[in-house]
Design a protein around this ligand. Structure first.
Ligand SMILES: [Zn+2]
Length: 239
C-alpha cells in the first residue's frame, strides 16, 4: 500500500463523477494488483484516492493519462461539421451522451450549443451570435432545436430561484438594486409552460432572424431523455 492510505480513517471526500469513479476503480486495481473490486484493499484504495483528490485534481490526473496514452486519436477531426448541422439543445445531464448516440452523431459531425432549455431568449444574444457564426463561417446549412421531456425549465419560477439566491447569502439589497437598475428579473429568469412551447419559440426566433437566410431549414424536435426517441415539432423543410 502507498503512503496515502494512512488517511483512510478520515471521512472520505466522495467524488460522485462517474468518469472519475471508473478511473479510481482502475487505479485501485493497479495499486493492489487485484481484479476483485470487492476486495477490502480495493475498497480502501478507492476511499484513499477519493479523499486525496479534489474533483479538479482527479480530472487533471485523468487528463494526463488520456493525452499520454493518445486516447484522443479516435476523436481527431476538423472544425467544420461533416453533417453541416447545428444543434441547439438543453444542458440536461441525461443528454450528454444519449443525444449524439440517439441522433447518430460522432465527433466532428455537428456543432452543438447547449443552455438551460435549448432556448433562444434574445435575437442578439450569445446563442444567436453563435448561430450566425456557424452559418456564415463554419459551413452550417441547417439547424435543429432539440428540447426534451422533463426539462427543468418547465414552469421555472423566478421567485424560487431568487429565494435560493437569498438563502445562499445574496443580499436582498442586491436584488432590489438590480430591479431599480431596470433589470426585469421576472422576465429574464423564466422558462416555459410546456417543452413544445420552448422549442417552437426558439425555432421561430431563429427562422425569422433578419440576419439569417430565409431558406435555412430550422427543425424543432423533442427527445425522450430516457429512450432517446425523437418527436418532430417543426419540420424545417416544410415551414
Ligand atoms: Zn432541459
Amino acid at each position: 500500500m502507498n503512503g496515502a492510505r494512512v488517511y483512510v480513517c478520515r471521512p472520505p471526500r466522495y467524488v460522485r463523477s462517474q468518469l472519475l469513479e471508473s478511473w479510481y476503480i482502475a487505479n485501485a486495481k493497479e495499486q493492489i494488483g487485484c481484479d476483485d473490486l470487492s476486495h477490502p484493499l480495493a475498497i480502501i484504495a478507492r476511499l484513499c484516492d477519493y479523499q486525496a483528490m479534489s474533483l479538479l485534481d482527479g480530472i487533471l490526473d485523468f487528463n494526463k493519462r488520456f493525452v499520454a496514452e493518445k486516447a484522443y486519436e479516435p476523436f481527431l477531426t476538423n472544425a467544420l461539421p461533416n453533417k453541416k448541422l447545428l444543434i441547439l439543445t438543453c444542458m440536461d445531464t441525461r443528454l450528454v451522451e444519449l443525444l449524439p448516440r440517439a441522433m447518430d452523431f460522432r465527433n466532428g459531425d455537428v456543432k452543438i450549443i447547449k443552455n438551460a432549455g435549448a432556448l433562444v431568449t434574445h435575437p442578439f444574444g450569445s446563442v444567436m451570435r453563435s448561430i450566425l457564426v456557424a452559418v456564415y463561417s463554419l459551413d452550417v446549412h441547417e439547424i435543429a432545436v432539440v428540447g426534451h421531456h422533463g426539462c427543468g425549465m418547465t414552469g421555472l419560477s423566478c421567485r424560487d430561484i431568487l429565494n435560493k439566491a437569498l438563502a445562499a447569502g445574496i443580499s436582498p439589497d442586491t436584488i432590489t438594486m438590480l430591479k431599480h437598475a431596470g433589470i426585469d428579473l421576472e422576465r429574464w429568469l423564466v422558462g416555459f409552460d410546456q417543452v413544445q412551447d420552448g422549442v417552437e419559440q426558439s425555432v421561430e426566433m431563429i427562422r425569422t432572424h433578419p440576419l439569417l437566410p430565409k431558406k435555412l431549414p430550422v427543425h424543432g424536435l423533442i427527445m425522450n431523455p430516457e429512450t432517446g426517441k425523437l418527436d418532430v415539432v417543426v419540420n424545417g423543410y416544410k415551414s
